[in-house]
Design a protein around this ligand. Structure first.
Ligand code: B16
Ligand code: MG
Length: 217
């Protein structure tokens, strides 16, 4: 489909910076305290997934009350918040700074759409606050990815029609959400994970903007 792209929406974790490792360490600490096995491979399933859903995956059917689950999530978030205090602009993934610069120079609107309730803190620590016209985070909508809601909400906030938006996403659920929102989906990572996207690149440093913009009318 020919599109006239006007805006680029970035996911955060796995696209701009690799907070997946910090999420892993925080969940791992919590799981160890609860006597639950949790591996790096298990953590892959949590990519792009909300905190609530992540907890369900970590618990893997173990029975906890709603109150206990809330306390577990608070504890994990406390551990995660300690870890993200160490984030600096050096933690941008390779290729991201260049890409942002090129897109800005060419007049595209940029926004962030992350499932994380900590997105604003991470963006502040990366010193990217001035870059995005709008930052949508884990507080913005009720239905998390793969529902299109977060991306539609973001497009609305920046005043661009969904069909004129492109999304950078590293999670399958995020690519599904972008496609469901009728946006151009750029998948970052292996084809097994993001192969359903319109364009797929292994890392952000591999993104070929000319190829993507070739879609421009
Ligand atoms: P929080 P993204 C997502 O960020 C992470 O990929 C996912 O692992 C995490 O569970 C989710 O944010 C919620 O994060 O607990 O900080 O609210 O990829 O959508 O930028
Ligand atoms: Mg992500």
């Amino acid at each position: 489909m020919k599109r006239s792209l006007k805006a680029f929406i970035f996911d955060l974790d796995g696209v701009i910076t690799d907070t997946a490792e910090f999420h892993y360490q925080a969940w791992k600490r919590l799981a160890a305290e609860e006597g639950i096995p949790f591996t790096r491979k298990d953590n892959e399933e949590l990519r792009g997934v909300s905190r609530e859903r992540s907890l369900e995956l970590v618990l893997a059917g173990r029975e906890y009350t709603a109150e206990e689950k809330k306390l577990l999530m608070d504890r994990k978030n406390q551990y995660y918040k300690e870890l993200i205090t160490t984030i600096t602009p050096d933690d941008l993934l390779p290729g991201v700074a260049d890409l942002i610069k090129k897109l800005k120079e060419n007049g595209y609107k940029l926004a962030l759409a992350s499932a994380s309730k900590n997105a604003k803190t991470v963006i502040k620590n990366l010193e990217l606050e001035e870059v995005f016209e709008y930052i949508a985070d884990g507080y913005s909508v009720q239905n998390s990815k793969p529902a299109p809601d977060l991306f539609l909400f973001t497009a609305n906030k920046i005043g661009v029609s969904p069909e004129n938006c492109a999304v950078f996403e590293d999670a399958r659920s995020g690519v599904e959400a972008a496609l469901a929102a009728n946006m151009l989906a750029v998948g970052i990572g292996p084809a097994e994970r993001v192969g359903i996207a319109d364009y797929v690149y292994e890392t952000m440093a591999d993104v070929d903007l000319d190829e993507i913009l070739g879609e421009r009318e």
